[in-house]
Design a binder for this molecule. Structure first.
Ligand code: SIN
Ligand code: MN
Length: 214
């Protein structure tokens, strides 16, 4: 179908690639089902408490390694101390496909071992930050499902400009590696009600796959 505003794959910054509509609807539905399952435990999805006592507006559950400010652990030390759910091999395979799609060459050695599943309700957002608790500089794979959002991809120096604003929609892939691996990024807002009703998901899910190097 012709569209007035085609969403083409774009290199947003060196090493940072946006591929709109990379996941088809069936794949998105499978991931929604999987996320519901992961959210229910063994470690429940919850708002991460920050060192200053505030809570993140997103809700998070992890696979493989549990992220907390500002380290990874095999146990959810800031929730219930429970063991983190396994990182499934099919998700690592999806990660290899994603990196291959973004960079045009599949890298069999790409082996993500941690996933952060973030759920955004209508008012959730995420401030500008770097993903830097990983000891590896392998790319981060980000998959978005449900409501669209305004994703801000900045520079590696600080939270300020220059940045590029990208609308991430359901099914979109965003990979950041190479020179952009440590770029600041954040979610300024979501667009409530933009999720495809066929997904049965109110809100936004984002799954990031990372190589912890731990
Ligand atoms: C993150 O930075 O970990 C999440 C980004 C997103 O929700 O798109
Ligand atoms: Mn991040």
């Amino acid at each position: 179908m012709a569209t007035l505003l085609p969403r083409d794959p774009a290199v947003v910054a060196p090493g940072a690639v946006h591929i709109p509509g990379w996941l088809n609807l069936d794949r998105q539905r499978e991931l929604v089902t999987a996320c519901r399952d992961w959210a229910s435990g063994p470690v429940p999805m919850r708002h991460t408490r920050m060192p200053n006592g505030s809570q993140m507006s997103v809700q998070t559950v992890c696979l493989g390694w549990h992220w907390m400010p500002y380290r990874y652990s095999r146990t959810a030390d800031d929730v219930d101390g429970g063991p983190v759910a396994d990182f499934p091999s099919w998700l690592a395979e999806l990660g290899r496909d994603a990196v291959g799609a973004a960079y045009g060459a599949r890298d069999e050695s790409y082996n993500p071992d941690a996933a952060l599943i973030n759920f955004y309700d209508a008012s959730a957002k995420m401030g500008m930050h770097q993903d830097k608790e990983e000891k590896s500089l392998a790319p981060v794979v980000s998959l978005s499902i449900g409501d669209s959002c305004l994703f801000r991809f900045g520079n590696t120096e600080n939270r300020n400009k220059p940045w590029t604003d990208v609308r991430l929609e359901s099914g979109d892939l965003f990979v950041f590696g190479g020179e952009s691996r440590l770029a600041y990024h954040g979610v300024m807002k979501t667009y409530p009600g933009t999720s495809d009703p066929a997904l049965g998901l109110e809100g936004r899910l984002n799954i990031t796959l990372r190589v912890t190097g731990l």
